[in-house]
Design a protein around this ligand. Structure first.
Ligand code: SAM
Length: 253
């Protein structure tokens, strides 16, 4: 079957890489796992064999009959022909995993973040740069909106460097695996407030935080959070952004 670029189809062919992902997912009998974009079943076959309770979310109409043929008879597999961006998680907790289509990775991560209560682990293969953004620390060039949002709720770690040769067809970029585990004691902040705040904070990376937030946060509030108003947005840590999002609450509600 010809891979569809529009659906971000790069099928895994390297058994070593597939085994490494499955090892990180660590599937267990009867646990609830959702795989996004199973494709031709490269990872799915191992998840199915583990005895996990598996739900597959695939958008490509042409792949559905193939998946039905491979997994339709398995009691522990349910196949959903749908867009993962519309996924609503109920009755978790779930492990949510997949070699994600790179074109939807950021909106999908944010969609999952809003459903964090239903999630016990996420393991995704992504473009290396996106994994680096998620895991970046304050002061690093890639520290930005995605870092703050994901690190607010999850402990984030990067694993493996995967070259283009692990896929057919070969993508133009390197890939990595990211593991996201819900934090035991996250700071309680309305996510919408944090999302609006960081969007504004990183609107112009070269500007100071004072300039980027001047319509919604005062200098006094910045100082209250231990921030010098002359700092650049990428030098402010996640906990400081959380404090600002709490202050900004009334305006955002
Ligand atoms: N898991 C397979 C593998 O590792 O070989 C395929 C991975 S491929 C990078 C991404 C898969 O996601 C494709 O099967 C593609 O059709 C599917 N896909 C793309 N957009 C999707 C969406 N919005 N919702 C669900 N699946 C999607």
């Amino acid at each position: 079957m010809k891979a569809k670029k529009s659906l971000g189809q790069n099928f895994l062919q390297d058994e070593g890489v597939i085994n490494s992902i499955v090892k990180i997912i660590h599937p267990q009998v009867a646990e609830k796992i959702i795989e996004i974009g199973p494709g031709q079943g490269a990872i799915t076959q191992y998840l199915q064999a583990s005895g996990a309770n598996l739900q597959l979310i695939e958008l490509d109409t042409d792949l559905i009959p193939l998946l039905q043929q491979q997994f339709g008879q398995c009691d522990n597999v349910v196949i959903h022909h749908m867009d993962a961006l519309k996924l609503k998680l109920e009755e978790g907790p779930y492990k949510v995993v997949g070699n994600l289509p790179y074109n939807i990775s950021s909106p999908l991560l944010i969609n999952m973040l809003y459903q964090f209560k239903q999630i016990k682990q996420m393991v995704f293969m992504l473009q290396k740069e996106v994994v680096q953004r998620i895991c970046a620390e304050p002061g690093q060039k890639l520290f930005g909106r995605l870092s703050v949002m994901m690190q607010h709720r999850f402990d984030c770690s990067s694993h493996l460097d995967i070259p283009p040769t692990a896929f057919i067809p070969e993508p133009k970029v390197d890939s990595q695996i990211v593991q996201l585990i819900p934090k035991e004691k996250p700071t309680e902040v309305p996510l919408k407030n944090l999302e609006l705040l960081v969007k504004q904070a990183f609107a112009m990376r070269r500007k100071t935080i004072r300039n980027n937030l001047k319509k919604i946060i005062t200098d006094e509030q910045l100082q209250q959070a231990g921030i010098d108003p002359g700092q650049r947005p990428e030098t402010i840590n996640v906990s400081q952004y959380e404090q600002l999002a709490i202050m900004f609450k009334q305006d955002a509600d």
